[in-house]
Design a protein around this ligand. Structure first.
Ligand code: SF4
Length: 425
């Protein structure tokens, strides 16, 4: 008998999400009952083997990807396939995604929900619309320590998630809305053992940790008490003989106010990279306060100084065009970046703000930059001072709002702030 097909729609932005779910299914042998298909290209890009009416197509995505996902969902309409989705957008917003055509939604961390989904498929218990609720913190903590992102269907092994959630609550970020939980060392050891003996030949080990120097912080915000735990984590990782160990760069960036000489010395002892990444976010104290970052530009400069003194280059991430951001704040930001560039060994990346549901700024328009300001940012790129991720981010943001205004005008009308004249054609 033909097995039911489960199509994992893989894209660059969700490569880190699916392996842990596949691991959960493999560990309970649920995958054996299905034909697992890893689909790397859009379902709209070429004739797919005809979609069968009992197929299940799985998506995982963030808000900026919605217009792309929508195109694929439209191509699935009328086929009878079940369209299921999870990830950061769906966790915080279900109304739009249901309207787009999703029938199954996973809220919050996915492991338990995905197992329940597998069982429901096997028992043919799935309702027409099914929303799997967010697991309790205790269940999420247990899942985090039970499953690891090692599986047999996808190439590569993503970074190991060791911290879920964040004790801070920055206005533009949706990560901080749950209390942080941590993967324990036993679970990390289990992963390292599997990785070191895997037929996939894994040379590089890295970690997902929203605030790298706060791994295992009790109630968060006590980074000075975390250093021994971080040293233990990195020492343990080293003991397995991996060629490359990464910590303190994406996806485990560092908050500026958690940098200390002692902490950076620990990184230096174990990591294989020559730079560490700071989430600086703005060079204006007024803006940092408005964002509820709870650190200052002076903290950023001090962190950069320590990082350079310990022999690392500092990579700094900044965001421009926050809602309500003033031209003066943007000017201060640029002056700050130029000053740091003169005094220290740094590289900077500029991102353009995007509103994420679940964050305080979830339904705010960005502050749009003037042509002169954009010219100023382009000049920084030409002088080698910053990288210009903001250019693509801005295009993506404009595409998103144009799509929303055209296809979902009622949802679009929920956004507040100064809007530019987005085309709706
Ligand atoms: S931006 Fe960073 S520090 Fe702030 S809430 Fe998000 S993950 Fe935490």
């Amino acid at each position: 008998m033909q097995k039911r097909r489960i199509i994992f729609r893989i894209a660059p932005y969700n490569r880190l999400s699916f392996p842990i779910l596949l691991n959960a299914w493999e560990s309970r042998q649920i995958d054996r009952h299905f034909e697992i298909i890893i689909r790397e290209t859009p379902l709209t890009s070429e004739p797919f083997q005809e979609i069968r009416k009992d197929d299940v197509v799985l998506f995982s995505f963030m808000t900026p990807h919605l217009p792309l996902i929508h195109e694929e969902i439209k191509s699935l309409k009328g086929t009878g396939a079940i369209i299921a989705g999870g990830g950061p957008h769906i966790t915080h917003e279900q109304e739009l995604t249901l309207e787009m055509g999703f029938q199954v939604l996973f809220i919050g961390p996915g492991e338990t929900n995905f197992l329940n989904f597998g069982m429901d498929l096997l028992e043919y218990k799935l309702e027409k619309i099914k929303i799997y609720p967010c697991p309790t913190p205790a269940a999420s903590s247990s899942d985090l320590n039970t499953y690891v992102p090692i599986q047999k269907y996808m190439h590569g092994t993503p970074p190991l998630e060791i911290m879920r959630g964040c004790a801070w609550n920055c206005n533009y970020c949706a990560t901080g809305l749950q209390n942080a939980i941590y993967r324990n060392l036993e679970s990390i050891k289990y992963f390292l053992h599997l990785a070191s003996t895997s037929a996939k030949k894994i040379y590089r080990i890295n970690f997902i940790c929203p605030s790298a120097m706060e791994y295992q912080a009790q109630k968060g915000r006590q980074h000075e008490k975390c250093l021994a735990k971080i040293a233990e984590l990195l020492h343990l990782t080293r003991s397995y003989g991996f060629k490359f160990i990464e910590y303190g760069i994406f996806p485990s960036e560092i908050r500026p106010d958690t940098v200390s000489s002692e902490g950076i010395k620990i990184l230096k002892q174990y990591v294989s990279h020559k730079y560490v990444t700071l989430g600086a976010q703005s060079g204006s104290n007024q803006r940092l306060k408005e964002l509820r970052r709870a650190h200052t530009v002076e903290d950023i400069e001090q962190a950069v100084s320590i990082i350079n003194d310990e022999g690392f280059m500092a990579y700094l991430d900044f965001i421009v065009a926050y809602p309500g951001e003033t031209p003066e704040e943007r000017w201060e930001n640029l002056q700050f970046i130029k000053k740091l560039h003169k005094k220290y060994r740094i590289r900077t990346q500029l991102h353009y703000f995007f509103p994420l549901p679940g964050s305080t700024y979830g339904f705010r328009f960005p502050a749009f930059l003037s042509e002169d300001e954009k010219a100023g940012l382009r000049e920084l790129k030409e002088y080698g001072i910053t990288r210009d991720g903001w250019v693509d981010n801005e295009k993506q943001m404009i595409h998103y709002f144009e799509w929303l205004k055209r296809d979902f005008p009622a949802y679009y009308s929920r956004y507040e702030g100064t809007q530019r004249n987005f085309s709706s054609s």
